[in-house]
Design a protein around this ligand. Sequence first.
Ligand code: NDP
Length: 461
Amino acid sequence: MSSYDYDLFVIGGGSGGVRGARVAASLGKKVAIAEEYRYGGTCVIRGCVPKKLFVYASQFHEHFEDAAGFGWTVGESSFDWKKLVAAKDVEIARLEGLYKKGLAGANAEILETRAELVDAHTVRLLKTGRTVTAKTIVIATGGRPNPHAALPGHELCISSNEAFHLEELPKSMVISGGGYIAVEFANIFHGLGVETTLIYRGAEILSRFDEDLRRGLHEAMVAKGIRILCHDTLQKVSKGEDGLVLETLNNGTLQAGVVMLALGRDPNTEGLGLEAAGVAVDERGAVIVDEYSRTNVENIYALGDVTNRVQLTPVAIHEAMCFIETEYKNNPTRPDYELIPTAVFSQPEIGTVGLSEEDAGKRYSELEVYRAQFRPLKATLSGRAERMIMKLIVDAASRKVVGAHILGHDAGEMAQLLGITLKAGCTKDDFDRTMALHPTAAEEFVTMYAPSYRIRDGKRI
Ligand code: NDP
């Protein structure tokens, strides 16, 4: 009989922690999981899920406009922000309930308290002060928005956390950052009628994506009416007579009702007792783990955003499943980070898997690039000026498709399926001998027979 209270103690009830706790409990392990805020973590409570609901909400005004081209007359429409927030909250509460139900159903003990490490096998539950022991501990405390403490007036700004619960929709908003969150929320708030400005320090938004798509999205966002200021940063935010006053490096003074910072996320390790337990962190405070998600302390693992590997929900879940294999099934399993499909839920959407043209150019001596840009069928009658971009990046030597990129409707859905083809190692010839499904946008991927151009030694020829 074990001398510990639990076989496994999980700190953090987000995607990774809940999955690890639930599956371990279902294997008959004695498991407890502690969460200080709400079960579901960033993804469910204040991230992916509510964000996607807001994306849907922000698209309706375009749907109403487009309807006219198809013979519909849409009556007067109006938008109620409070109603949206309330409806979203109901759905989030339902999902949180499902997370807890899953844990309870597997016989994991659900603790609603902050938990901190006392030593390598002991955890203190802050609500009661009680300490408990566990043979194995998993740290899955996730991350939080970078507050940008160096910015004078940063305390006047909001992050994505608060964006989900604004009392009122502001008339205008400035969003700082050029990554996933900044771009997605710029589109959401613009779509809901907020005058939106995006301010980004680099030359082009979404620095880690294919250049072509970045440019295409930038142009589409500007055409919709979003102001994008590249090569610029906020220098100071202060209270003015009518909202906030922002000093920028290159665009003078701006005014906004709300300023949102979306400058990356920091790991949640402060005050967690990592030092007491002897767990090492990197210079950003992220828990250092080996390729099996094990920390430098033998019985302590860490999963998800707290480890600063790839900050995506499915990655945290995958890491949790690998942890289960490694720890409980005698099958050491390393998470596989190759070819992770990802989407930016911008408008138009970006979906991508594999290498961008630029990165592939550095890795392969010759590439074939297949590129299509076209007006989607729906836009013919709606009259909406929009273009889709689709690209396949092919290694000329092996014929393998090493990157697939989409800008346009359902790009995320397509990227998920293209992910399977790239993972399976499909060649361009496999794409060519696949029958087209007509009329779809995705059929472009199997009907681009001749390369649009080639890249040799990193240069377009
Ligand atoms: P990202 O890493 O995507 O973007 C951070 C942005 O902030 C970058 O544009 C970066 O610029 C900029 N930045 C960082 N520091 C500064 C600074 N000091 N001054 C000015 N600009 C700065 O982070 P997000 O916060 O947007 O999102 C966090 C993570 O959450 C993402 O990495 C992603 O993994 C995940 N996420 C995923 C989503 C999805 O799957 N659809 C949606 C939302 C989030 P630069 O590019 O020049 O470094």
